[in-house]
Design a protein around this ligand. Sequence first.
Ligand code: TRP
Length: 452
Amino acid sequence: MAGARGAFGSRFGFILAAAGSAVGLGNIWGFPTKVGQGGGALFVLIYLICVVMICAPIMIAELAVGRRSGKDPVGAFTAIKPGSSWWLAGALGVMAGVGILSFYSVIAGWTIGYIYFAASGALTGDSAATSAFFGEFVGNAPLSIGLTFVVLAITAGTLMGGVKQGIERMTKTLMPMLLVLMVLLVVRAVTLPGAGAGLSYYLNPDFSKLSFRMFNTALGQAFFSLSLGMGAMITYGSYLAKSENMTRAAMWVVLVDTLVALMAGFIIFPAGFTLAGFDPTSTGPGLIFVVLPQLFATIPGGQLVGVAFFVMLTMAAITSTISLLEVPTAHLIDSHGWNRRKAVLVLAGLTFLLAVPSALSQGASPFWSNLPGVGMDFLSLMAIVWNDFALPIGGFLLAIFVGHVWRVDQALDELNQGGTMPAAGVWSFLIQWVCPAAIGLIIFFTFKDLLS
Ligand code: TRP
């Protein structure tokens, strides 16, 4: 049976696939943007606390649920607690996979476009020029929709190859290249003349800026960055052999993801601060597409560095879109008996339809760019619904489920296969009490924020 579903070929393959899922636009684009908006080094510190105390335990819990059940998220909750309503928590994750992918693939499409622009030398000029260029590009409907289609086609093509020949093979190729490119770019950025100002902004916390909101943003970012809260790790865990030490594998994934996010900061802040008039708080989404091109236009060899950067970003994005689509795909295969090919094609088509309004929402269509009565564009709305609500709610439910329904001794029984789990007592405490309390508080304040 396990053979029919597919499985990872090796521990290394699993770690790269899971790290590939985790490392994405969230790390390279989202993390530095939030550090910029959230006040620099202090945000970094809070982010790290969230990763260690809340996210790492959840990652381990998701993997345990996945491997114990050997099923997609809906099937996993049902297998462990038959006859209950817990499968709804899995269903939320399956929907989140399509929802997140629908806007993620639009942004991933932009990164592909920017490989071409960086290579052709189209990205020149000051901040007004690069920002006008970006605005015009994302407002071009056929181009945006076409690039979104390309992203979804690559993703679907990979998934049709199955777990080992598709997901594992693709991530084994892309992840090492990505890490090498990343290190080269960090070296280039921190050795720029004037890099010191950015480093000090990034590394010296200003405690006077501490706010509750920062925890809120940091936890949301950590969830997204580590691909938690929608059963992506349940699904990947279901393809993992019983002989593997899951705690160790989870630690590797957390470590790689966090290092990549931190490295992205080491590229963007030193680089940004060397530009005249750089303001980290007001850059927003343009940080990558508007600020960095100005840098590439001025440094020696900048064109090549620019191409390398956007190639790297695209690789990171593709290994993530793969995992987003794999969750609903696994669901249709496991719980509804579809074959992989049909599941992938139907889901990619559905996601594409949902992606079109997001692609049109960045200027191409006045309606989707400013939804009447909502006060924001469709892409931002999707991001808020799925990232700020669905993922934390999914993570909260998972922590309650593992800590109090399935129960930690059962989970530990699974986690101890493939080697005794280190620090099992600490994990048990965090998953039962710290995770639900912290995530619950944050969801509460997010709702309160929204309603006020
Ligand atoms: N973690 C990815 C990023 O940082 C995005 C992602 C992929 C994701 N799969 C996920 C987020 C599953 C949440 C859940 O870009």
